[in-house]
Design a protein. Structure first.
Length: 224
């Protein structure tokens, strides 16, 4: 073997060793680092979580809903039932031990056709009876009334929008202990919401804004 052949063999050997070292470092080092597939399952999409965990792994699933996100999600889902074209509000009443007592959304009273009453926010003639406001029942009230008249004392109310003063009065009178809301529009400018905040504070009802742990929850009608 001449000097040229020896040099080629030596170069190939060195290159092969470097390639082997790179492959070992890439695929076998830091085994505890989670894969991108597992990380992607934390976005709340149930359909992506079914095959993300080793079937021999005895640990519980990661990325599951917190209680707050769960109850607020039910309030949001209830809001989808509302036929109000301008604002859909949902509410979920929960007991102290985490049992759902009632859900509701904004709409007209039972037996009152939502095709014969107006959904408009404003009247062209200035007549308030041509707007929805004299007729609509708020989501918070419906959630409470849908509990089959069970006591709301000491319970938590999850609602997608901060309650107005009229709803606050009912919430206080029924003994609800905590209100968790998501949207706080007009909280500091509209008299109805300023009064609501004042009443709830004076009555000792705890009020807090929901802080979601997930950006979204994707639901698909499919076999789990």
């Amino acid at each position: 073997m001449n000097c040229r052949d020896v040099a080629l063999v030596s170069t190939a050997t060195i290159f092969g060793a470097l390639a082997s070292a790179f492959a070992y470092y890439t695929f076998f080092s830091n085994p505890s680092k989670p894969s991108s597939r597992i990380n992607s399952s934390a976005n709340g999409d149930v359909s992506k979580q079914r095959s993300s965990q080793d079937p021999f792994d005895p640990s519980k699933r990661k990325g599951y809903l917190s209680w707050d996100d769960y109850f607020m999600a039910i309030a949001f889902l209830s809001a989808k039932r509302s036929k109000d074209p301008n604002r859909q509000v949902g509410a979920c009443l929960v007991s102290q031990n985490g049992i759902i007592l009632g859900i509701g959304y904004n709409g007209f009273p039972r037996g009152c056709s939502d095709d014969q009453l107006p959904w408009a926010k404003m009247s062209k003639s200035g007549d308030p009876l041509e707007t929805k406001y004299p007729y609509v029942c708020h989501a918070e009230v419906n959630a409470i009334l849908n509990t089959n008249h069970a006591s709301a004392a000491g319970q938590r109310l999850y609602v997608t929008m901060f309650p107005c003063n009229e709803c606050a009065k009912i919430i206080i009178q029924l003994g609800v202990s905590e209100v968790i809301y998501f949207i706080e529009k007009r909280l500091n400018t509209d008299t109805a919401y300023v009064a609501s905040h004042k009443l709830l504070s004076m009555a000792g009802v705890e009020v807090r804004k929901h802080q979601p742990q997930m950006d979204q929850i994707l639901l698909k009608f499919m076999e789990l």
